[in-house]
Ligand binder design. Sequence first.
Ligand code: HEC
Length: 114
Amino acid sequence: MRKCILVMLLSFLVSNIFANENIYERNCVNCHKKLDIGIDKFFYKYLMVFSSEIAVKISIKDYLMHPMREKSLMVDDDILEKYEIKEPSSISEVELEEAIDIYWEKYKVFGKLK
Ligand code: HEC
């Protein structure tokens, strides 16, 4: 009985943790953290090159769906020497858009301050 309660409590906690993580954290941040590659500087690079919200979002989405060296903004960076070009995104297009919206919301303020 006690064991049963413990298991229930644990699964409640675990599901709560996952529910609190949004698609951006679950997908983007998780992988970038695991590989120990920052995600913030990529954002500023896209913001610098594309500047408008629509253009930034479209080009990030396009890159993540079809990553290739020719499209990467990081070619001058040693990041592409250290890591291979990433795999195409595995989440649905809708989830990808949602994640990029959160990514934008998170960093746009800091980008404007620079
Ligand atoms: C499976 C791991 C993984 C996931 C998931 C992932 N990334 Fe990345 N991301 C990488 C790696 C590795 C690179 C560096 C290599 C490259 O640029 O292709 C990268 C590069 C990038 C870049 C720079 C692209 C360029 O011009 O080279 C951006 C922006 C980015 N990620 C944002 C995101 C966002 C936003 C998400 C979530 C929607 C995401 N990433 C999900 C691994 C991941």
